[in-house]
Design a protein around this ligand. Structure first.
Ligand code: IPM
Ligand code: MG
Length: 347
């Protein structure tokens, strides 16, 4: 069981250290952790945010545990050298097209949400975000128009097979949950998302038990704060999924709580917290490692088939929260290592 460990920038190394401690506490026979450089720190060391060696280690692994990338020092580099390109490159190169972002309110955290406790308490949803297409990976550039004005442009598109394969992931996920799927698009304005809606509706024929609805993304953003309890599984494109998952994280209390899995057609997956590198608090031991710890649990479940151990980690996190263990993001005072200690103790 080879796990590539890519800590990256900012708070990445601090949160990854705690997730690794949790994995080691499980004493899994044959577990091998292989660290590799990624993001701005990799650029500074090797001249590229996703060095060939890192990609090779990631490709050869059974699962990838990822911290965060992003470094203000690198914001003025050419786009292909910026830290963010590392995660986009991994997603594309490894065919990680299906991003699962579960959002659920842990008991005791209802008050941490930006929403009223009774609204927040009902949240138990899964965002299935397409990760290999959309405006993220289209041609793009900044050009000069004949009249001399500069114009930025990014091409948005989805081919039907790209929509079909993510729709299947979402319908299957819904089958394992409450059998409700909401497809989020912007079919009223964008051709890309008219095709999206048509293809999702076609795939629905294979899943007669799943109740499919369609919702425009602006309405979905509104419904997520009005009545998030109505959602079970949400499926959407790369950009809308990026935005809605950050929004969902605040609905459950903190962006420091949301884990994610990015899956390929095979067993290989990349697991990361949905938050970024938080350069403002990096190195201070303040970051909440729970999203990363929960991502490690998803790795055990989806890439290694270790459901029981995954559930143990999740139970330890839930227990810690129930016992009042809180980082600053949740209004508490505990730092990164103390939260890691609390989880390991409860394992
Ligand atoms: C995310 C992040 C990334 C994205 C960035 C870091 C490229 O915001 O995983 O949600 O936009 O997908
Ligand atoms: Mg994002």
């Amino acid at each position: 069981m080879k796990i590539a460990v890519l800590a990256g920038d900012g708070i990445g190394s601090e949160i990854i250290r705690e997730a690794v401690r949790v994995l080691q506490a499980l004493d899994l026979p044959g577990l091998e952790l292989i660290p590799a450089d990624v993001g701005g720190m990799a650029y500074k060391k090797h001249g590229h945010p996703l060095p060939a060696e890192t990609l090779q280690i990631a490709r050869a692994a059974d699962g990838i545990l990822f911290g965060a990338v992003g470094d203000p020092d690198c914001d003025n580099l050419e786009r292909h050298l910026r830290p963010e390109q590392a995660i986009l490159g991994l997603r594309k190169e490894l065919g990680l097209f299906a991003n699962l972002r579960p959002a659920k309110v842990f008991k005791g955290l209802e008050d941490a949400s930006a929403l009223r406790p009774e609204v927040a308490g009902a949240i138990d949803l899964l965002i299935v975000r397409e990760l290999n297409g959309d405006v993220y990976f289209g041609e793009k550039g900044i050009r000069t128009l004949p009249d001399g004005r500069r114009q930025g442009w990014d091409m948005m598109s989805y081919a039907e097979d790209e929509v079909r394969r993510i729709a299947h992931v979402a319908f299957k996920a819904a089958m394992g949950r409450k059998k409700k799927l909401c497809s989020v698009d912007k079919a009223n304005v964008l051709e890309t998302f008219q095709l999206w809606r048509d293809v999702v509706s076609e795939v629905a024929a294979d899943y007669p038990e799943v109740e499919l609805t369609h919702m425009y993304v602006d309405n979905a953003a509104m419904q997520l704060v009005r009545n998030p309890g109505q959602f079970d599984v949400i499926v959407t494109g790369n950009m809308f999924g990026d935005i809605l998952s950050d929004q969902a994280s605040m609905c459950v209390g903190s962006i420091g709580m949301l884990a994610s899995a990015s899956l390929s057609e095979g067993k290989l997956g990349l697991y990361e917290p949905i938050h970024g590198s938080a350069p403002d608090i990096a190195g201070k031991g303040l970051a909440n490692p729970m999203a990363t710890v929960l991502s490690a649990a998803m790795l055990l479940r989806h890439s290694l088939g270790l459901e029981e151990q995954a559930a143990r980690i999740e139970a330890a996190v839930a227990r810690a929260l129930a016992d009042g263990i809180r980082g600053a993001d949740l209004g508490g005072t505990l730092g990164t290592v103390a939260i890691g200690d609390a989880i390991v103790e409860r394992l």
